[in-house]
Design a protein around this ligand. Structure first.
Ligand code: NAI
Length: 470
């Protein structure tokens, strides 16, 4: 028999957008139901952000140990090369994923959210059937929050399979491939590719554009390019992968440059990381009568779709496809449904890339600001001139923090950084922009010594023309 649920709020998708929306709606006393087809936590917790960061950590630790073999480093000598067991590392990573998955379940329970584990398929905008392990559940909702996220894009000519991974499979392997070809030198390709390189794979990149990581400007990506060069990792720019060939000489990616030159890159496995696309298929979206905007569901500043009472958040509604944007929208939508006056108007959404070294971008770059006709001043400070960075071997990668501010009133428009550990500095950068900080606010805030955060007031002083330490 079909169970029937009447609910104030139905959240579709249990990722960082959906589960946050559901928790907040529950906290606000709304009768809330969350439907999730897979595991609570979504792409981010189960097969994305968190497991990839765990594997990047393991790879860095192993790589680091390898540098202490023989003559040693920092007075630490290892008599022989460390050994690496990817299977064991993946098992450890899964314990973290499990912890977060059960943590999310506990938070939803505390907020009195009813969780239905099954796939929801809508018959109209407010009604769906969820197929669960225990049968069908028919759900009727006053408000619907669509948070179905995104799926990996693929290449039709190179289908996923045993030798061709998406990021999901790349995080589940038990053996390190000898030669790994990565298609796409963006966020995922670089983060996971570099991790595999540190685990011992011989790496090669194929990138369609004329440079890596186009989200960040050339100044910022230079230290990342240098890392790749030092490791002798080839990056084939202006090149597209055409096909995977299993020939007499072994497996090879056939690639073509923009000028038409064909060549073969021999490899054991391939990782495709050519972007993600919104998950709009398979749940009856076409019967919900919502307007689309390109591949995304169209929403206004309150994340309302064109259908009354139906909201959409996260990757489903557009760039940036980042977990923290989805969570912020989820929390906001729950409050709007509860009657609060809210709109999604952040000054900036930070972007962090966990490459070697790490990158952070918040707000406008100097080029962005100039393109908008804003008269700017820019201050930059190298981590090589920061004591704490040197004490953590973090200054030598060419990293720096750069502040872009209005020339007239010194309002900070953007803060960007590249260097080891900079991801952990991103919160202060975002806060500065969101609070409307001026250069004088940053230079006048006493930052603890010795910390990497001291580079921010120094960069602000540099923009004002009187840096102390450079
Ligand atoms: P991406 O958009 O960052 O990079 C894809 C790259 O593939 C681009 O440089 C593109 O030019 C290239 N490309 C596309 N088609 C190609 C072809 N046929 N041959 C060669 N190159 C080709 O996408 P990615 O890395 O897959 O990541 C997807 C999304 O996931 C990102 O947009 C980001 O929002 C999110 N993400 C966020 C992370 C973070 O916050 N640290 C980490 C990983 C992903």
């Amino acid at each position: 028999m079909t169970e029937k649920i009447e609910t104030d709020v139905l959240v579709v998708g249990g990722g960082p957008g959906g589960y946050v929306a559901a928790i907040r709606a529950g906290q606000l006393g709304l009768k809330t139901t969350l439907v999730e087809a897979d595991r609570l936590g979504g792409t981010c917790l189960i097969r994305g952000c968190i497991p990839s960061k765990a594997m990047i950590h393991v790879a860095a630790k192993f790589d680091e140990l390898s540098h202490h073999v023989g003559a040693g480093k920092l007075g630490i000598r290892l008599p022989q090369a460390p050994q690496f067991d990817l299977g064991q590392a993946v098992d450890w990573k899964e314990t973290i994923v499990d912890k977060l998955n059960t943590g999310v379940a506990a938070l939803l329970k505390r907020a009195k959210v009813r969780v239905v584990l099954g796939k929801a398929v809508f018959s109209d905008a407010k009604n769906c059937i969820a197929s669960t392990a225990n049968g069908e559940v028919a759900i009727n909702a006053k408000h619907v929050i669509l948070a179905t996220g995104s799926i990996v894009a693929g290449l039709p000519s190179i289908p996923y399979g045993e030798h061709v991974w998406s990021s999901t499979e790349a995080l589940l392997q038990r053996d390190v491939p000898k030669r790994l070809a990565v298609i796409g030198a963006g966020y995922i390709g670089l983060e996971l590719g570099m991790a595999y390189a540190r685990m011992g794979s011989q790496l090669v990149f194929v990138e369609a554009l004329d440079r890596i990581l186009t989200l960040f400007d050339r100044g910022l990506t230079k230290p990342v390019e240098n890392w790749l060069k030092q490791r002798h990792i080839d990056v084939h720019l202006n090149t597209r992968a055409q096909a995977l060939i299993d020939g007499p000489d072994g497996r090879a990616l056939e690639v073509k440059t923009t000028d038409g030159t064909l060549s073969r890159l021999y490899c054991d496995k391939v990782l495709i990381a050519v972007g993600r696309k919104p998950a709009t298929q398979g749940f009856g979206l076409e019967r919900m009568a919502v307007d689309m905007e390109g591949p995304f569901v169209k929403v206004d500043a309150q994340c309302r779709t064109s259908m009354r009472g139906v909201f959409a958040i996260g990757d489903l509604v557009g760039e940036p496809m980042l977990a923290h944007k989805a969570s912020a929208q989820g929390e906001m939508v729950a409050e709007i449904i509860a009657g609060h006056r809210r709109a999604f108007a952040p000054v900036a959404i930070p972007a962090v890339c966990f490459t070697e070294p790490e990158l952070v971008g918040v707000g406008l770059t100097p080029d962005d600001a100039k393109a908008q006709g804003i008269d700017i001043i820019v201050g930059q400070f190298p981590f090589a001139a920061n004591g704490r960075s040197l004490a953590m071997q973090a200054g030598a990668d060419g990293g720096f923090v750069r502040i872009t501010a209005r020339a007239d009133n010194h309002l900070v428009l953007g803060i960007h950084a590249v260097g080891a550990h900079v991801s952990e500095l991103s919160g202060e950068y975002a806060l500065a922009l969101e609070m409307g900080a001026r250069l004088e606010d940053l230079s006048g805030t006493i930052h603890a010594h010795p910390t990497m955060s001291e580079t921010l007031p120094e960069a602000a002083l540099a923009a004002l023309g009187h840096a102390i330490h450079s």
